[in-house]
Design a protein around this ligand. Structure first.
Ligand code: GLU
Length: 508
């Protein structure tokens, strides 16, 4: 098989929002194309009108755009081998289906849905669980193989139910090489006579997929493992048409966090993490959270997805998009299922946040704060705040949820710490430290720390009994960045107000 150029396609069906597994497929296709200096193509597989969902195509495009996986060809992008939306190529497929009929590799079938149901029921009564339309049953059904030529011609003129099915041969071994799985083989007796052209004139996935892969000169088909068994049908069809098949690489499943079973759309809601790149309004199903809205940077999401099914073989975990292109290699795709580890995704995001300068983060942090009603802080304050918090957040919204005390007075206090650490006999000391803070020449972290610590030492107090209480008085909680730096950021007036409020409440 030789193709002049590496050309790969991402071929989603617009049946709903793009699942994170689909995003990984897009990423691996993109990386491989760029690595090989080839083309990355988007093809919208919308031949199943019953499953078409309004807005899904736009969602797919917006997701790829957000992630920076730019297209060389696709609907809206253009290219020489379009159109790239299968519904716009409808007429083309019938010609190919008829070619197969003429060659004897496919046949017309006229069974109505009711007749098929009846045949299935009958088979069940005879103990056959799932009736297969294949060489063993074909002659008992209503098709151009079982009927006379005259009957066939008559039905072709009059029936509303003309479909075309593949004529799968008996006793053949279909072998192909999968880049991930090695040699894969199927016995043709396991395959059914799949419908390739439906009664409405639309092709099914199988026909449209291989006709387009051929016409669009796709060199490598990189897709999810769920398509592996269809590949047997596809390989046979390439033989029927006498076309060179592309190379195949089937990506491992993405598993639930428990490792048991495939990660599903519903798992996101169930476990409280996103399984979609962007938010999606599912109407009656509710709104699905997106990685973007959950506060992930695109770099972190891509990095996380890279390692969900691929490994470089060394210890490197962090990759920029350029480094990914450099390092990526189809032969290092992992065979076994990849467990979705949300903590790992957050870890990546944390690394990307830490790496960015406070200035780079400014706008995103401002957005996270203002969506919580915090709008009165100037950039200088927010930049200092980012410095303090950067290493303590995993997701953008954490800048507010883990640090709301920088923007509003505590509404409640960590009772457990108070009970353990606060001693009434220390109250005069807290009062004196209040005065120290009130009179500090400069209210900065260094100055606060040196004066408070000297006081504690001079008075033979225990740091462990004083500092936690100061923290609770100022911030309400033990969680937070360095105490003295936090006090500096809050500012003298605010700290003193908070101490008044706290000690008054405590001693009432
Ligand atoms: N339309 C199929 C899907 O939705 C494409 C599978 C393939 O890449 O061949 O996943």
């Amino acid at each position: 098989m030789s193709f002049e150029k590496t050309r790969v396609r991402f071929a989603p069906s617009p049946t709903g929002p793009l699942h994170i597994g689909g995003v990984r497929t897009a990423l691996y296709n993109y990386l491989f194309a760029k690595k090989m200096k080839g083309d990355f193509i988007l093809r919208i597989e919308d031949t199943d009108q019953t499953r078409y969902v309004e807005g899904a195509e736009d969602y797919i495009k917006q997701s790829l755009q957000w992630l920076g996986l730019s297209l060389d060809e696709g609907p809206g992008t253009g290219g020489d081998l379009g159109p790239y939306r299968q519904s716009e190529r409808k007429d083309l497929y019938a010609t190919y289906a008829k070619q197969l009929v003429q060659q004897g590799d496919a046949y017309y079938a006229f069974d109505t849905p009711e007749e098929l149901t009846a045949a299935r029921e009958k088979a069940k009564e005879q103990g056959i669980h799932t009736l297969k339309y294949d060489a063993t049953t074909r002659m008992t059904m209503k098709n151009s193989m079982s009927l006379t030529e005259a009957d066939t011609n008559h039905l072709l003129q009059t029936s509303d139910n003309v479909t075309i099915r593949l004529n799968i041969p008996r006793d053949q071994t279909i072998i192909f090489k999968d880049i991930v799985r090695g040699e894969v083989s199927f016995n043709s007796n396991e395959l059914d006579d799949k419908v390739i052209l439906k009664a409405d004139g639309m092709p099914t996935y199988h026909l449209a997929n291989i006709v387009d892969d051929h016409l669009m000169q796709i060199s490598h088909v990189i897709r999810g493992e769920e398509w592996l068994s269809s590949t047997a049908h596809h390989v046979l069809m390439y033989q029927f048409f006498d076309w060179a098949p592309p190379s195949f690489a089937h990506l491992p499943l993405i598993l639930k966090p428990s490792g048991k079973g495939k990660l599903s759309k519903r798992d996101g809601a169930k476990f409280g993490f996103p399984v979609f790149p962007l938010e999606w309004d599912g109407g009656e199903d509710g709104v699905y959270l997106g990685f973007k809205e959950a506060g992930f940077t695109k770099e972190a999401l891509l990095n996380f997805l890279l390692l969900l099914g691929w490994s470089s073989g060394d210890d490197i975990e962090k990759y920029t998009l350029t480094e990914m292109i450099e390092a990526f290699d189809l032969s290092r795709i992992i065979k076994s299922g990849a467990r979705f580890d949300y903590d790992k995704a957050k870890w990546f995001n944390q690394q990307y946040i830490i790496e960015q300068s406070s200035n780079d983060l400014l706008n995103d942090v401002k957005a996270a704060l203002s969506s919580n009603g915090v709008m009165d802080k100037d950039d200088t304050f927010i930049l200092r705040f980012i410095e303090l918090m950067k290493e303590r957040v995993e997701l953008m919204p954490d800048f507010y949820s883990k640090a709301a005390f920088f923007f509003e007075k505590p509404k409640n206090y960590d009772e457990k710490t108070i009970r353990k650490k606060y001693k009434i006999e220390n109250q005069p000391h807290f009062d004196r430290m209040y005065t120290i803070l009130e009179n500090l020449a400069k209210f900065d972290a260094e100055e606060i720390q040196s004066k408070i610590k000297s006081y504690i030492s001079d008075e033979n107090l225990k740091f462990g009994e004083i500092l936690p209480v100061m923290r609770i008085a100022s911030m309400g909680t033990m969680q937070g960045p360095d105490l003295f730096a936090s006090l500096e950021l809050l500012g003298r007036k605010e700290v003193l107000e908070r101490w008044n409020m706290f000690f008054q409440q405590l001693n009432n």
